[in-house]
Design a binder for this molecule. Structure first.
Ligand code: AMP
Ligand code: ZN
Length: 469
């Protein structure tokens, strides 16, 4: 499998530390608002990377944080007159709802910055002890950027260029730094802000330290993949490398993956310009599976333009797969015989070629655009080769392949079977008989079974009535 590594600027053969096991850290959102569709891109892209690795039989330890202490969260809390944890907890819950709707699997662990302060104090102390950091008079702790000789290796920036010409790249707004390139590890509290005790001052962490600490705690000193949007390459990921490698004396992450940006109508997403959508906004107009399909129809490293026309095209594409699966399910009910004919055997072999094509695309730095094309080819193949005369084995094999490949992309293309009225009535009848026979365990089991399907039972004088929730 080849992965483009931002560190080396080329595609490299992917070899996890431990064969069959992958440790992966994906920088998560700052939770002060509903997530926007740009935030959804890394979630969908890296969830697909994880799903494909799991399909290969690898065990993926996937960690993604919530930044729950930050200026924007504090500002919102002050506006609403509540504690900042009220804001962050609210938007963590909302974010999880969006992730579920996008069919993004929950991470193995979703750590929160405010729960990891002890680890941050420890790493900052280590950096101070090793001479990579210093404390300013007001208690701010800074990382001494120049002391880390490899600074700039991820973003391919030269320290002197940073210092000289391009001032916009400097971390600004700090006034007690020894060098403008230095960045904050810990800073003193301001009035009304959440704070923690520390050896340096009552205060809170800088943004970058949390990921170094959480990654170390949950995945170890050396991890396989670190990922996020390309805006994080500098300074966030560069600073994470400096902190982690200086503190641990180990290579932090071996592969750095970054998704390209999502723009709207070819412009940067911006609230003030009115081209800004939350995932919720899109969910009002479309099934969010369409948004997921849209994101995967481009290569993850390319910039992606969001527009109404492109979403319509994505809707058509996604529906083409759903319709094909639904037709195959219909034909499956009609199909005769479990043994495929000789022609069918041949066609099943041919269909495997599309699965191989899909895999080859994914193995080539997760080229989901080509992988989705392979699904389309398979759909077309199934649509032309399956008829009402096909054997059950043949229809089933093709359907399962389409569903399996879609599932690797996290696309739900088969709606859960709806329980039929006749099945509900048969179960209600069975429950009545179980009750008569005093088999209450079975009676309860049936009630629960129906309730899982959203069927509500009502015992009335005229007998049992039911309705769908
Ligand atoms: P933030 O909450 O701003 O830290 O962002 C959370 C994640 O979303 C990071 O990985 C960002 O790189 C990513 N992200 C933010 N905006 C966009 C965008 N417009 N396109 C793609 N990724 C984005
Ligand atoms: Zn991070």
């Amino acid at each position: 499998m080849k992965i483009y590594n931002t560190l080396s600027k080329r595609k490299e053969e992917f070899e996890p530390h431990e064969p069959g096991k992958v440790s992966m850290y994906v920088c998560g959102p700052t939770v002060y608002n509903l997530i926007h569709i740009g935030n959804a891109r890394p979630m969908i892209v890296f969830d697909t990377v994880r799903r494909y690795m799991e399909y290969k039989g690898w065990q993926v330890n996937y960690v993604s944080n919530f930044t729950d202490v930050d200026d924007k969260i504090i500002k919102k809390a002050q506006e609403e007159g509540v504690d900042s944890s009220v804001i962050s907890e609210r938007y963590i819950e909302e974010c999880k709802k969006d992730m579920k709707a996008l069919n993004v699997m929950p991470a193995t662990i979703h750590p929160k910055a405010t729960q990891e302060i002890d680890g941050m104090l420890e790493m900052i102390s280590t950096l101070l002890k090793k001479g990579y950091a210093y404390t300013a008079e007001d208690g701010t702790v800074y990382f001494k950027t120049r002391s880390f000789k490899e600074y700039g290796k991820l973003s391919h920036k030269n320290l002197d260029d940073l210092r000289g010409g391009n001032r916009s790249l400097l971390v600004s707004g700090e006034d007690q730094k020894e060098d403008p390139l230095d960045f904050v590890l810990w800073k003193p509290k301001k009035e009304g802000e959440p704070y923690w005790e520390s050896p340096w001052c009552e205060g809170r962490p800088g943004w970058h330290i949390e990921c170094s600490v959480m990654s170390k705690k949950y995945l170890g000193d050396e991890i396989d993949i670190h990922a996020g949007g390309e805006d994080l390459i500098f300074p966030h990921h560069e600073n994470e490398i400096a902190q982690s490698e200086a503190a641990n004396d180990k290579t932090f992450a071996r592969y750095w993956m970054h998704n390209g940006f999502l723009n709207i109508d070819n412009k940067k997403m911006s609230k003030s310009a009115g081209n800004f959508f939350t995932v919720r906004d899109i969910g009002e107009k479309y099934d969010l599976q369409v948004l997921r399909f849209f994101m995967l129809s481009a290569h993850y490293r390319s910039p992606l333009n969001f527009s109404a026309e492109l979403m319509e095209a994505a809707k058509n594409g996604y529906e083409r797969i759903v319709t094909s699966v639904s037709n195959l399910n219909y034909l499956l009910e009609k199909a005769q015989g479990d043994v495929p004919g000789a022609e069918e055997e041949k066609a099943m072999e041919e269909a495997k070629g599309f699965v191989q094509k899909f895999e080859a695309a994914m193995e080539d730095d997760f080229n989901t655009a080509d992988a989705v094309s392979a699904i389309f080819e398979l759909v077309k193949f199934a649509n032309t080769n399956v008829t009402e005369q096909s054997s059950r084995a043949f229809v089933k094999a093709l359907k399962e392949e389409i569903v399996m490949l879609s599932d690797i992309c996290g696309l739900i293309v088969e709606k859960a079977d709806e329980i039929l009225d006749s099945e509900i009535e048969a179960l209600i009848q069975e429950r009545q008989e179980a009750r008569k026979a005093k088999n209450f365990a079975r009676a309860d089991e049936i009630r629960n079974l129906l309730s899982e399907q959203g069927i509500i039972l009502e015992d009335t004088r005229e007998g049992v009535k039911w309705k769908r929730a």
